[in-house]
Design a protein around this ligand. Structure first.
Ligand SMILES: [Zn+2]
Length: 64
């Protein structure tokens, strides 16, 4: 099982955020991305946000 990652620019719509979050599985990735979106971008923890985050999950390692 490979790693998964999500590019914050895609999920938050904030072009100035260069954060990429990576994890071993969907659950950890969701938790880390959710925490980042809430704490850094002030987004609300809603089902809608979780759906949006999971739609941006990518397989493999983040590009450098
Ligand atoms: Zn961000």
């Amino acid at each position: 099982m490979g790693r998964k990652y999500v590019d914050c620019r895609e999920l938050s719509g904030d072009a100035h955020c260069s954060t990429t979050i990576a994890a071993e599985n969907d659950k950890e990735l969701m938790q880390a991305a959710l925490k980042h979106a809430i704490n850094v971008h002030g987004l609300a923890n809603t089902a809608e946000l979780r759906k949006q985050i999971s739609s941006h999950f990518k397989e493999g390692n983040p590009p450098l």
